[in-house]
Design a binder for this molecule. Structure first.
Ligand code: ATP
Ligand code: MG
Length: 457
């Protein structure tokens, strides 16, 4: 793999057949079967032996050409999902909008897709398998076709390269191989139409630009700002999957910059975008630091949770909402609770965060209210709380963005390292320093979240 990185590619000078692909030999593309997992190559071999066409395709070919380890391995074939299912006992047909087959080998999953055709002209014959809405968006995409058809309906040229395990040739129906060498993301076909068909392609362009450090070719980039609003029509469950890929692939900081640059951040996180407009420096710093922490953890192979990410992404909107509720007369604590409820509920309309992450997100927020209250036995109880670590990390994140917390982060850092007797001293120092005693208040008093107190409004 490394050797490949240091050897320059050779541009193919082969003439392209009018409708056929450019065929690249092993000495030109420098890939071999060894670049793909044994299971993925075996799936292609088995389908070929059963009389079908079958190729490794998409991200695994693109990434292997770049010397990057592929995330997953996809196979494209002339066999229908049912025929694929018949060949592999360890397989399952999935999807409705886009039917495909998952072939399972222990923890490895190979995705096998039947060649699709471009079906913008829907006929009576295929309109139960294919459908578009009024704006041209693809609702179902199960019209099968040839390998050449399949190449045309893929998103970017770099994703439409097919590797044949039987002869180690790469088939390129557009300009994918050359675009990879130029490090360019280029949509196949008319960009505007391709985004109208599937607006998620705009997010994919950004994701690949960040991951591969590629440029987005001008005519592919041009319509994005104009069409960014189309993301609002995408089902929230699909956008949730895309958001995870955007921010949990190890390039979240760059992804965030590009999303903002292309006007795609606001349709994904409307309330955060509003907070960003009002208080750009603070919100930008908070988000960048959260993304940078996530990227560092991923590069160190440490686990990351979407709950932390959503806690950070929605925190500025949450605190702004809490202030407005307090201004309407609500007490600070219930105002935070109510704001958390409202902000999450609104966000779910765009990005369907599942409960298993939205609940811990709320717990991280709750911790922010609890961490300042350390008197008596509270500090030890908090330390034993299952969300302590996440809450403490989040407190440090807020401080890193400039929130004033009276050095609460340092206090908790010291407390964790302290001996029992030192801990007792730290707690008694708190009361001697006049830590606020619990008082019953009659009237609600507006207490602004600390970043607002810091004069960053
Ligand atoms: P990675 O797996 O690294 O995220 P990938 O390119 O393999 O990148 P997948 O989502 O696994 O991305 O999709 C596999 C292939 O399917 C892509 O390479 C592309 O050819 C095609 N594809 C995926 N999504 C779309 C889409 N929305 N429109 C057209 N083609 C798509
Ligand atoms: Mg893939």
């Amino acid at each position: 793999m490394l050797k490949k990185l240091f050897k320059p590619f050779r541009l193919s000078r082969k003439a392209k057949q009018p409708s056929g692909p450019t065929v690249l030999d092993a000495h030109e593309h420098r890939l071999s079967c060894a670049d793909f997992t044994r299971n993925s190559a075996n799936v292609a071999v088995r389908l070929q032996q059963a009389g079908f066409e079958a190729y490794l395709v998409g991200g695994c070919v693109r990434d292997s050409l770049l010397g990057v380890t592929p995330k997953d391995f996809d196979v494209a074939t002339s066999a229908t999902p049912e025929q694929v299912r018949y060949e592999f006992r360890n397989s399952r047909i999935i999807g409705r909008r886009f039917k495909l087959v998952h072939v399972h080998f222990g923890r490895e999953l190979i995705e096998v897709a039947t060649f699709r055709s471009d079906h913008s002209q829907t006929t009576d014959d295929n309109n139960d398998r294919s459908a578009h809405d009024a704006s041209g968006r693809i609702l179902r995409d199960n019209v099968y076709g040839s390998m050449a058809d399949d190449a045309q309906r893929r998103d970017f040229t770099m994703n439409a390269l097919y590797f044949d395990v039987s002869n180690e040739k790469v088939y390129d129906y557009s300009t994918g191989f050359a675009d990879i060498q130029r490090r360019l993301i280029r949509l196949i076909g008319d960009p505007e139409q391709r985004y109208l068909e599937d607006p998620v392609r705009m997010l994919r362009a950004i994701r690949f630009a960040a991951k591969l450090n590629f440029d987005i070719e001008d005519s592919t980039a041009e319509p994005i700002h104009r069409l960014a609003h189309l993301l609002r029509d995408i089902p929230a469950a699909r956008l949730y999957e895309e958001v995870l890929k955007l921010f949990l692939s190890g390039h979240a900081v760059r992804t965030y910059e590009l999303l903002c640059e292309y006007g795609l951040f606001a349709p994904l996180f409307p309330s955060t975008a509003k907070a960003l407009e009002k208080n750009p420096e603070y919100v930008n710093r908070l988000l960048r630091n959260a993304f940078s922490n996530t990227d560092k953890r991923i590069s160190a192979d440490r686990p990351v949770t979407p709950a932390y990410l959503f806690a950070a992404l929605l925190w500025p909107a949450l605190t702004a909402r809490a202030i407005s509720l307090q201004n309407d007369g609500m007490h600070p604590l219930p105002a935070m609770q109510e704001a958390a409820h409202q902000v999450l509920l609104e966000q779910l309309k765009t990005v369907a965060i599942p409960k298993r992450f939205s609940i811990p997100t709320r717990e991280i927020w709750d911790m922010q209210e609890r961490l300042p209250r350390r008197a008596g036995k509270r500090a030890d109880m908090l330390l034993a709380h299952q969300r302590f670590r996440a809450g403490y990390d989040f407190l440090l994140l807020r401080e890193s963005a400039g929130e004033h917390t009276h050095n609460l982060g340092d206090w908790w850092t010291d407390y964790q390292d302290a001996s029992d007797s030192q801990r007792r001293d730290m707690i008694s120092n708190l009361s001697s320093q006049g830590a606020p005693a619990r008082k019953r208040r009659r009237k609600p008093r507006t207490s602004k979240p600390s970043h607002m107190q810091a004069g960053q409004e």
